[in-house]
Design a protein around this ligand. Structure first.
Ligand code: NAD
Ligand code: UGA
Length: 457
């Protein structure tokens, strides 16, 4: 039986290894983390992350061939293949602060592997890393004088939160990059063999190391670019009477453009798009390509504008002041079907409204705990209400900031009756029936579509 180890039991490590364990019963898969609380949660009935279908997969394989542990050093010694899926946030200090990836967790892991290894191993970059990180890793790992050889493989993860299990079970592709040497090619094959248990061969792409590392950053940059592009056009739609959904449909039916990732809204959130684009921008600057860097940085600039402009439109619609007004924010998760609030548009809007002295109440079916943690020192300046009806009671306005389907199914007549008048709805995700809301009496402000106001004249 081969031993697979994954260092980092987060949004990627946990679900990815659960799916590998399920599909590869002859491998023993262990996931380790320095965070003991997280490991305890992975070993309990209350998993540390919410992901549709995850509970079932974990229950089916945990303690069969999937194990969660805090004993990092011991498991390094026992493993044949080590996936590293530790966090790689944006650097907040020193050279490259605000853009470059902070590689300290990743490098610490490499040194820990080196200290505890007693046999040669394959080390797999699962985390998203700057192109050419593998070069540094190879140098650190192969600096040993014990005759151990380490092959470094890049196997970036493309799962999206909220659909992680489906994305892992039926990936569009799996990417495996490695050296063109004999041992590099053998290492690639060892990783391909794992995925070949359930992924069709034609969906497993093998490349050189640098193409694989770079492709991950580029995939996220292209996806985010589409969102910023359609959001940019949404602003023009609002000025001209065009409807951004009609425009998205009209252009998306061109098979060269495609229809996905063209939903206009309050901007993209999540832990990766912004961080990975800024990482790409930093790399372009580092390699002396300022024009290329500026091109990609604009995707992030546009996203920040979209969030700021959403709040400006709220303030302007509400007679240029929101101070002291109760405003209910529906949706703190950065997207539907997750409890993750990292870089969430909901929290960005919340912070801006607090700066305007609004009385903010937050409602979300899954993400209130994380929202409270992320708000940190200002967490006691807002109210938390799981029930959206109670959140909207006495509110001047509601803003929809996550596309949770349940927000579209609420009884808006009852909500309207309990609100201050005039009552406003700002639909930052375009998921509501705007005409019906207008008929109830709301003043309705979607994104990139005509607004409806009940004021005469
Ligand atoms: P996460 O913060 O949820 O998990 C990372 C885990 O690594 C944490 O639990 C942390 O305690 C642990 N860790 C850090 N240093 C460690 C060490 N030395 N030893 C053991 N454990 C350690 O992060 P995530 O969202 O899972 O992302 C991990 C990587 O995968 C990032 O590079 C990210 O860009 C990439 N990625 C994330 C997603 C996603 O949807 N979240 C998708 C694709 C790729
Ligand atoms: C994204 C990518 O889709 C994954 O392939 C990648 O693996 C992952 O980043 C990563 O590297 O972390 P994720 O951030 O989990 O996945 O979720 P997405 O579905 O991409 O949504 C990101 C944000 O864009 C959300 O806030 C979502 O609401 C927003 N979005 C998405 C739009 O505003 N419009 C769209 O049309 C699509």
């Amino acid at each position: 039986m081969k031993n697979i180890l994954c260092i980092g039991a987060g949004y990627v490590g946990g679900p990815t290894m659960a799916v590998i364990a399920k599909n590869c019963p002859e491998y023993r898969v262990t996931v380790v983390d320095i965070n003991a609380e997280k490991i305890a949660a992975w070993n309990s009935d209350n998993l540390p992350i919410y992901e549709p279908g995850l509970d079932d997969v974990v229950h089916c394989v945990r303690d069969r061939n999937l194990f969660f542990s805090t004993e990092v050093d011991r498991h390094i010694g026992e493993s044949d293949i080590i996936f590293v899926s530790v966090n790689t946030p944006t650097k907040t200090f020193g050279q490259g602060a605000g853009k470059a990836a902070d590689l300290q967790y990743w490098e610490k892991t490499a040194r820990q592997i080196l200290r505890n290894a007693n046999s040669s191993k394959i080390v797999v970059e699962k985390s998203t890393l700057p192109v050419r990180t593998a070069h540094a890793m190879e140098r650190i790992l192969n600096s040993n004088d014990r005759g151990l050889h380490f092959d470094v493989i890049s196997n970036p993860e493309f799962l999206a939160e909220g659909s992680a299990i489906r994305d892992l079970e039926e990936p569009d592709r799996v990417l495996v990059g490695g050296r063109e040497t004999t041992s590099g090619q053998q290492a690639i094959q060892a990783i391909v063999d794992i995925y070949a248990h359930w992924v069709p061969q034609e969906r497993i792409i093998t490349t050189n190391l640098w193409s694989s590392e770079l492709s991950k950053l580029v995939a996220n940059a292209f996806l985010a670019q589409r969102i910023s592009s359609i959001n940019a056009i949404a602003n023009l739609c609002e000025q001209t009477g065009a409807n951004v959904e009609e425009v998205a449909h009209a252009i998306g039916t061109d098979s060269r453009i495609g229809s996905r990732f063209l939903r206009a809204g309050v901007g993209f959130g999540g832990s990766c798009f912004k961080k990975d684009i800024l990482n790409l921008v930093y790399l372009c600057e580092y390699y002396g390509l300022p024009e290329v860097a500026a091109y990609w940085e604009q995707v992030v600039t546009m996203n920040e504008y979209q969030q700021a402009n959403f709040v400006s439109k709220m303030i302007s619609a509400m007679f240029n002041t929101v101070a002291g007004k109760r405003i209910a924010l529906f949706g703190l998760a950065f997207k539907a079907h997750t409890s993750d609030t990292r870089e969430s548009p909901g929290l960005a809007v919340c912070r801006r409204l607090l700066a305007e002295h609004a009385d903010v109440v937050l409602s979300d079916p899954r993400a209130l705990n994380n929202a409270r943690l992320d708000l940190g020192s200002i967490s006691d300046k807002v109210h938390y209400e799981t029930d959206p009806y109670r959140a909207a009671e006495g509110a001047h306005a509601i803003a929809i900031l996550t596309e949770w389907p349940q927000f579209a199914e609420l009884d808006y007549q009852a909500i309207f009756n309990a609100m201050e008048k005039p009552a406003f709805i700002f639909d930052g995700r375009n998921i509501l029936n705007h005409q019906a809301l207008y008929e109830i009496g709301f003043n309705v402000f979607p994104v990139g579509r005509p607004s409806f106001t009940n004021f005469p004249g």
